[in-house]
Design a protein around this ligand. Structure first.
Ligand code: GAR
Length: 218
């Protein structure tokens, strides 16, 4: 079985990168991390890649004269590495519409809210301020606007009365670590069908549902 090559783009801690690396350790998982790119030198995510023996490099955005030049450099590295699916995993930088178009329906992002609610910064603070009872995370195909695009997988967690952004964030993060590998697996199995601005999953049943209820559920 040829495994789908992932290019994982990171800026920081890299816990979602770690979840993908761990999932790929299973020989039955249909994808492998081919390349990790960070725009931030010294990001802890790079150490995770090194520890796992995954090729990684830093492409500091400050070294480029324009956003387009930075994006072209990243694009070149991904294509040289034979990447078939780009995974944004805490990559805190917007791409140009040209870059996004070049990876249309082949680039995923994870965001720690149930989109379209609470995009952007401080989603957990936004969720608590809005008084929602349920929050979670979303893995979606990337479109030009921030934190938007066809939804592949969502995972839901309760918001508890005593929650702070930190405690809610920790609960959501645990859900992220299940949702991202699931979305990548569904994509790599060729089961993600994009119709307009929404996604259907071929052969979805409750055992492989694009909805996780955490901490319960499959
Ligand atoms: C994750 O919570 C991810 O959902 C979020 O950044 C964090 C990165 O953590 N992404 C966004 O907010 C995108 N808008 P990690 O580096 O430990 O994976």
């Amino acid at each position: 079985m040829a495994r789908l090559k992932l290019g994982v783009l990171v800026s920081g801690r890299g816990s979602n990168l770690q979840a993908l690396i761990d999932a790929c350790r299973d020989p039955a998982f249909p994808a492998e991390v081919a390349l990790v790119v960070s725009n931030v030198a010294g990001a802890p995510a790079l150490e995770r890649a090194r520890a796992a023996g995954v090729p990684s490099e830093t492409i500091p955005h400050r070294g480029f004269p324009s956003r387009a030049a930075f994006d072209a450099a990243v694009d070149g590295r991904l294509r040289t590495a034979g990447v078939g699916l780009v995974c944004l995993a805490g990559f805190m930088r917007l791409f140009t519409p040209e870059f996004v178009a070049g990876w249309r329906d082949r680039m995923l992002n994870i965001h720690p809210s149930l989109l379209p609610a609470f995009p952007g910064l401080d989603p957990h603070g936004q969720a608590i301020a809005a008084g929602v009872r349920i929050s979670g995370c979303t893995v979606h195909l990337v479109r030009a606007a921030m934190d938007c695009g066809p939804i592949v997988v969502q995972a839901a967690v309760p918001v508890l009365p005593a929650d702070t952004p930190e405690s809610l964030g920790a609960r959501v993060l645990a859900a992220e670590h299940r949702a991202y590998p699931l979305a990548v697996r569904l994509f790599a199995e060729g089961r993600v069908r994009v119709a307009g601005e929404s996604v259907t999953i071929d052969g979805a049943d409750w055992d492989a549902a694009p909805t996780l209820l955490c901490p319960a559920g499959p």
